[in-house]
Write a protein that binds this ligand. Structure first.
Ligand code: ATP
Ligand code: MG
Length: 662
């Protein structure tokens, strides 16, 4: 029953309309920034629902979970079906969902934990310590680097040998040790029932490759697969799409090769460039109109990206009319003057009636935001910051999660260790002993918890100093399971932990204990919408490590009017009326490393990032840089404006002379 509420012809241009209504099969939409690719995908989903496709038959893969949620909301506003039943999210969250149903087939148990990078490093160190590998005589990669090497191999679908040879040649003499480590690490993860982020993709692919029945089942379920930001997929994700779609399946991907900015993390732009070789019958749609930006912003963006040689030429015409303002180029005396200028201009814009929500300050690296944060704070301008140390990666949040994870997954060594080390008087050595003792107990192995935690833990031998806290820990854990041995609701778990033993710990440990207390309250509020602790913990992990989701506290504040501060990478796909691109000085943006490297490829990726950054602006764009950097390590240094600006024809920007004293 078509809803007839949507006038597709009126709300889409001809090229978009053709893509939205294209017949089943495979399709690629390749077009520049702001041309309505995401809008096209959203309307495509609505169109499918309008034509009788069930929501759960649609798989929508996006760059952040937030993007998926927003698209679902958009769709929901357009149709009468229940859009929340669409399978939407990041590759990692979809992988997680599939693995939760099928973990046993991979030698895992159902309640597996997800480790973030820090947990992964901890576990890797444990494995390394007991591996017997001689890491002193030869140069051997540290736990973190090992993680990087394994991750790259996973995500590029290359063999470990190949990765060492091409990317880490200086470790070639210890290659056999690295290979051994990988095996040990894989075994350890199964033993402790933990997966790292890459497993969420790699194991999904393995599961589908090894189990014909599941492959067929999921292919039948996902009648339509749609992917946004396809230019930033890596080989592993591409494989996952291929498997879930099937050779005859219906697939629509959208992307822009000029916005490929994640090659440093294994993304491969050839996935989009060679799409028609993988899928020879694919229809290719191009959109050549930009709906987002005023012509002045678009002209600058087009001119910048045209300097890249490795680019599909695109002719992007403005749909919008000029508002009569060129992008402003503003040089300031110092970085603090830059911060003052941004803050001052924001206040003026506010006076002109611009909402703070419609303003963003974008930069290349997180530390570029420090002074701007201070300046905005001083002037009482609310802002939200979507990068840097993420909410869920903070120590106190992870501590609380460790209690929960262990209560749910009693083989989770990393969480156990984290938890018991909070106990004053227990160090690494005693913690390891306690773990061994725990493993011997029935409670560690049984499907549901046969006794209380305290019955097993309290008799264990702990250092005298730790005795009282240890008992408190045990009783706290007791509160996390009910009398049938099942875990209680997440909110209740958090309350038990934070209102007892962990509160004392925080008070004794942290000066800013009240702030942390508030964070945990927010965590508890966030957990209210979950009944299953496993689902809550998965969400927590998925929000922390991968990409760009906001923290729940910020989500709650999103209605609040606030300026956004974020990096170009994290601003991908988003738009604001006013954008400040700051620290546009050579060595900052483009990054010094890209300049020093000499070749074109690193600089071209930086320029694509510049293109992404400036194309976020709808109406006004400010390009700023400090003439002197007072924060440089070797004292004050003079800065030159970014080559991304000086390379452009002069008439594309207007130079603003801002009086000194800023
Ligand atoms: P990016 O490359 O940055 O991800 P995109 O190609 O996905 O951009 P969208 O975000 O979908 O572009 O669209 C950019 C803006 O243009 C949005 O505000 C969108 O609503 C608007 N827009 C797109 N197409 C149309 C149209 N046909 N009519 C009116 N507005 C449109
Ligand atoms: Mg988009």
């Amino acid at each position: 029953e078509p809803s007839n509420r949507i006038d597709y012809k009126a709300e889409l241009n001809e090229q978009q309309h053709a893509a939205v209504t294209s017949p089943p099969g495979q399709a690629l939409v390749i077009a520049g920034a702001g041309s309505g690719k995401t809008r096209t995908l959203t309307y495509r989903v609505a169109w499918l629902l309008d034509n009788g496709i069930q929501p759960e038959s649609i798989l929508l893969l996006t760059f952040t979970n937030k993007a998926a949620r927003e698209m679902q909301e958009r769709v929901q506003a357009l149709v009468t079906h229940d859009a929340s039943r669409i399978w939407g999210g990041t590759f990692h969250s979809i992988g997680n969902r599939i693995l939760r149903y099928n973990a046993e087939r991979l030698g895992y148990r159902k309640g597996f934990s997800i480790m973030d990078r820090e947990d992964q490093k901890d576990l890797m160190e444990t494995v390394l310590g007991s591996s017997g590998i001689d890491t002193t005589t030869y140069r051997f990669p540290k736990a973190e680097v090992l993680g990087d090497i394994f991750s790259l191999a996973d995500n590029t679908l290359c063999s470990l040998k190949e990765i060492i040879h091409t990317r880490y040649p200086y470790f070639e003499e210890v290659a056999s040790g690295i290979l051994k480590m990988r095996t040990l690490y894989q075994e350890k993860k199964r033993e402790t029932n933990c997966m790292d982020f890459d497993d969420l993709l790699a194991l999904t692919v393995q599961l589908l490759e090894e189990n014909e029945d599941l492959l067929e089942r999921y292919r039948r379920q996902f009648e339509f697969v749609l992917v946004d930001e396809y230019q930033d997929t890596n080989s592993l994700q591409c494989r996952m799409v291929e498997l879930l779609t099937g050779p005859q399946g219906n697939l629509m991907v959208v992307g822009d090769d000029a916005q490929s900015i994640y090659s440093w993390r294994g993304a491969d732009v050839s996935n989009i460039l060679e799409f028609d070789q993988h899928w020879p019958r694919a229809r290719v749609h191009k959109i050549e109109v930009n709906y987002r930006s005023v012509p002045e912003v678009l002209n600058l963006a087009n001119a910048a990206i045209a300097m890249n040689r490795g680019q599909i030429p695109k002719n992007l015409l403005p749909a919008r009319e000029s508002k009569g303002m060129l992008p402003a180029l503003v040089s300031l005396d110092s970085s603090s003057a830059q911060a003052a200028f941004v803050a001052q201009r924001i206040l003026e814009l506010q006076d002109e009636g611009v909402q703070l929500n419609d303003i963003a300050v974008l930069y290349r690296a997180h530390f570029h935001s420090m002074e701007i944060q201070m300046e905005l704070t001083q002037r009482g301008i609310p802002f939200q910051i979507t990068s840097g140390l993420r909410f869920f990666e903070q120590a106190h949040v992870k501590d609380v999660a460790a209690f929960m994870k262990f209560a749910v997954n009693r083989q989770d060594e990393v969480s156990f260790m984290r938890m018991v080390r909070l106990c004053e008087g227990i160090g690494n050595v005693s913690a390891a002993k306690l773990w061994q003792e725990w493993l011997k107990s029935d409670a560690a192995k049984a499907e549901t918890m046969p006794t209380s935690f305290s019955e097993v833990l309290i008799p264990m031998k702990v250092p005298k100093k730790a005795k009282t806290t240890w008992e408190q820990f045990a009783y706290t854990l007791d509160e996390l399971i009910d009398k049938d041995g099942k875990s209680v609701a997440p909110a209740q778990m958090i309350r038990s932990i934070t209102e007892g033993v962990y509160e004392d710990y925080m008070k004794s440990k942290f000066k800013n204990y009240e702030q942390r207390q508030q964070d945990l309250e927010q965590l508890s509020n966030f957990s209210d919408r979950f009944t299953d602790p496993l689902e809550f913990l998965s969400q927590l992990s998925l929000l922390s490590g991968v990409d760009t989701d906001n923290n729940p506290a910020q989500q709650a504040q999103q209605d609040r009017d606030a300026v956004t501060l974020t990096t170009g990478h994290q601003a991908k796909g988003l738009e604001w009326n006013v954008v400040f691109a700051v620290w546009l000085a050579d060595g900052m943006f483009p990054h010094k490393r890209a300049i020093d490297e000499g070749g074109d490829s690193a600089l071209e990726e930086e320029r694509r990032l510049f293109y992404v950054t400036v194309t976020r602006a709808k109406d006004e764009l400010y390009l700023t840089y400090p003439v002197i950097n007072h924060q440089a390590r070797d004292g004050d240094i003079m800065m030159r404006p970014s080559r991304f600006i000086t390379d452009l024809p002069k008439d594309l920007v207007e130079v603003w002379n801002v009086k000194s004293g800023w």
